[in-house]
Design a protein around this ligand. Sequence first.
Ligand SMILES: Nc1ncnc2c1ncn2[C@@H]1O[C@H](COP(=O)(O)OP(=O)(O)O)[C@@H](O)[C@H]1O
Ligand SMILES: [Mg+2]
Length: 340
Amino acid sequence: MSTVESGTAAAATASEKGQRIEHEGILDVRDLKAYFKLRDGDVKAVDGVSFLLEHGKSLGLAGESGCGKTTAALAILKLLPENGRIVSGEVLFDGKNLAKRTEYGMSKIRWKDISIIFQGAMNALNPVQPVGKQIAEPIILHEGLSENKAMVRARELFDLVGINPKRVTEFPHEMSGGMRQRAMIAMALACNPKLIIGDEPTTALDVMVQAQILELIERLRHELNLSFILISHDLSVMAETCDTGVIMYAGKVVEAGTTTQIFNSAAHPYTKQLIRAFPNIHERREMVSSIAGDPPNLLNPPPGCRFFPRCSEGEPACTETEQEMVELDPGHFARCWKVA
Ligand SMILES: Nc1ncnc2c1ncn2[C@@H]1O[C@H](COP(=O)(O)OP(=O)(O)O)[C@@H](O)[C@H]1O
Ligand SMILES: [Mg+2]
């Protein structure tokens, strides 16, 4: 990824001077590193991740549990927990480097420009408050609307996501899982953001409802010209909805390209195994064949290729040096010297 890497140094200098940075797309993440501090050292959860999301497009961020997807999302929004920090890299959103923003600066961006549907959020709704009220909250807070006006907007949003607006007064337990997830999407849309990050937005749902929610996301994306990052451990979800895909393994991007490139010509052995594990969203939602072994401990990742210990195609040389991303076709990259 030579253009990304050479761009990074210039971007770093420009951002130190507080200038707007040359960028592409709506979100241009460059060599982002986000670590967690533990007593024994740093967990390198996101360890040099780069990707580009074009305006109005959707990007899938996929990989097994623990590979750093949620950490990447939280780092983009500067919502890392207490022991987490951005070590280096840029998060260019419309040319502004969010990685350098203050908390105050970020509070102007969250909800209004970028919103996130947190992993498991539909089960984290306040059980003793009507769902509509919970959706009105960010509208009151960020748009300064009166409670009445915010409730009118909440009804509109319910309608937009396919829930009868009359149901704004219902409590979470009166709604099905699919409906609660629609409500979470309504909440993410509350302040008309340009970009939505959905962290495993369909993981807790059954197959039918999962497909409906993905359809809803697709429809909204086109109607509202939204850009979307869809995070999932299930590759088939990405296949269904995303224009481009980024496959992460142990804190690093191992393959990136258009969804077609990834599914029709998967190059990295990890991607190939993931595709085998999640063939089709309409059939099964659990792993049909799990990948043998476990991801490495990110406190002390192995040298060279982090997938080597589980790779059926690996050779001793794979452990010798850090792998670079290799461009196989225009826009299709894999971090494996064997595919070059
Ligand atoms: N607050 C934390 N402190 C230490 N390690 C963490 C913390 N949060 C996540 N991690 C670790 O960071 C790695 C990436 O986690 P995460 O981003 O949640 O992965 P994913 O979303 O892909 O499942 C995992 O090894 C996880 O255990
Ligand atoms: Mg996660």
